[in-house]
Design a protein around this ligand. Structure first.
Ligand SMILES: Cc1cc2nc3c(=O)[nH]c(=O)nc-3n(C[C@H](O)[C@H](O)[C@H](O)COP(=O)(O)OP(=O)(O)OC[C@H]3O[C@@H](n4cnc5c(N)ncnc54)[C@H](O)[C@@H]3O)c2cc1C
Length: 442
């Protein structure tokens, strides 16, 4: 007899562990199937290991300088950041699985293959379902060039256990730039090549901030350059030959479609499974969440949100995902965080971080905050280039979601001194209230 479940969730990553847990907590008979370790890309080969190494490289590069600023002597040296990174990844992965089990879901380790409209196979065992949530994520997409197999993917790069002497990073998106900077700071000589311009989705101001920082770190950035072939430690590219003990291909990602997806009669394309805003697919039994979905901004917090929305809707709610307040953060130094839709904004103002009292006290004053408002004076866009942009931007998520007017944001009593005050200060700039910025005498 096949096992039968109310809902099977395929994938135990950011989207799957949320959906599985919510459904099980609410009394559904749930199975979560995971073919690797729990936590998915974010825990195993994305956010967690990558940000761990970002932090290590930040401390290594900036702590002596910050110590000097504060009048104390700090001597920082690299030891072995990789061991602790592995421990953190192990901890989070184990925690992910336990949380799902604790919520009351069954867990099976193995690859799920769809075998019919209401059934799948896991290692040859049949499982039947009333509903299925496909949360199978994405994998690195590699260029079709000779010798590509001699390089490593972005997922592997964040899990290296040594600092290569030299490294070639191919790809100027978020992952490529982050990897280039933290390995340069850990001691590699890094070349970063990209087909067009690096971080082309960012504003010129934000791009320039990152380019300046990469230059300071000694990363050789070559734009408009494509790899043609990898020959051992040499990458032959349109801009010449580059040498790297390790070559990293950070050249984009593709959705992971489970084998047999076509049997479910859902719409999908090369970017992912097509869903509506409630995360329903074209088949009423099938839901999808996370990177496997055809959407912009494939990030962990949006995968988690889709895990919540899909599971709550399966439980009978009628919720829709709101993509406007989904931020994305680039973990470089300074960090860059962007939220909202720049095309909805009709007017912009900035506030420089070096006018923030807390940033001056802290000693990290690079960057700015930029806000965009629409014709009704509502905040619709925000850009933060700063240390801790990852935290500061969360205020803008609220402002955009709540459709706040710029005056409401300007007159919020945010803690002084705090760096996140730059948000209300940027709002004040629309109203000539940004009194912390020097004005030219009229
Ligand atoms: C280097 C890097 C850094 C990143 N940094 C950030 C960051 O800082 N912040 C951020 O928000 N996002 C970041 N991301 C993106 C983030 O990791 C993803 O958006 C997120 O992991 C997507 O979650 P998911 O649940 O959709 O998919 P995944 O996390 O990929 O999980 C899918 C799971 O499904 C499993 N699976 C697949 N097929 C099957 C099958 N047939 N049967 C059983 N199991 C299956 C996989 O093994 C996997 O565990 C980063 C990504 C990378 C690569």
């Amino acid at each position: 007899m096949p096992m039968k479940y109310d809902v099977v969730v395929i994938g135990g990553g950011s989207a799957g562990y949320v959906a599985g847990s919510v459904l099980a907590r609410n009394g559904k008979k749930v199975l979560v199937v995971e073919k690797d370790r729990f936590g998915g890309v974010c825990v195993r080969s994305g956010c967690a290991p990558s940000i761990f190494l970002y932090d290590a490289s930040f401390f290594l590069t900036r702590f002596t300088e910050l110590g000097n600023y504060k009048g104390i002597s700090i001597d920082v040296k690299a030891k072995d950041p990789f061991k602790k990174r592995n421990e953190v990844v192990d901890y989070l992965s184990t925690a992910g699985e336990k949380l799902v089990e604790d919520a009351g879901a069954d867990v099976i380790k193995g690859e799920a293959r769809i075998s019919g409209n209401s059934s799948l196979l896991i290692d040859g065992k049949e499982v039947e379902f009333d509903r299925v949530v496909i949360a199978t994520g994405s994998s690195p997409s590699l260029p079709c060039i000779k010798g590509v197999e001699q390089g490593i993917t972005e997922d592997e790069a964040v899990n290296l256990s040594f600092t290569p002497t030299d490294m070639v990073v191919i790809g100027g998106g978020f992952a490529g730039v982050e990897i280039a900077q933290f390995y340069a700071r850990l001691g590699s000589t890094v070349s970063l090549i990209t087909r067009g311009r690096i971080l082309k989705c960012l504003s010129e101001d934000a791009r320039n901030a990152i380019l300046t920082s990469l230059e300071w770190d000694g990363v050789k950035v070559i734009e408009n350059c494509e790899p043609r072939e990898q020959d051992g430690k040499v990458v032959k590219a349109t801009c010449g030959e580059l040498k790297g003990e390790v070559t990293v291909y950070a050249t984009g990602r593709k959705p992971n479609f489970p084998v047999g997806l076509n049997l479910l009669d859902v719409n999908y394309n090369s970017r992912g499974i097509v869903t509506d805003q409630s995360m329903r697919t074209s088949n009423p039994k099938v839901w999808a969440a996370g990177d496997v979905v055809d959407k912009e901004r494939k990030v962990a917090h949006s995968a988690m949100m889709e895990g919540f929305i899909s599971s709550l809707n399966i439980l009978g709610r009628e919720l829709r995902i709101d993509r406007l307040p989904v931020p994305h953060v680039i973990y470089t130094d300074p960090q860059v965080a962007v939220v909202g839709d720049v095309n909805l904004a009709t007017s912009f103002r900035r506030f420089p971080i070096n006018a923030s009292t807390r940033a001056i006290i802290y000693g990290l004053t690079e960057g700015y905050t930029k806000l965009g408002i629409d014709r009704e004076n509502r905040v619709v866009y925000g850009e933060v280039v700063s240390n801790n942009a990852e935290e500061i931007v969360n205020l803008l998520v609220l402002a955009i979601k709540l459709r706040m007017k710029v005056e409401e944001l300007a007159l919020l009593p945010l803690v002084h001194p705090s760096v996140s005050e730059v948000i209300s200060n940027a709002a004040r700039a629309f109203l000539n209230l940004d009194v912390d910025v020097y004005r030219e005498k009229r």
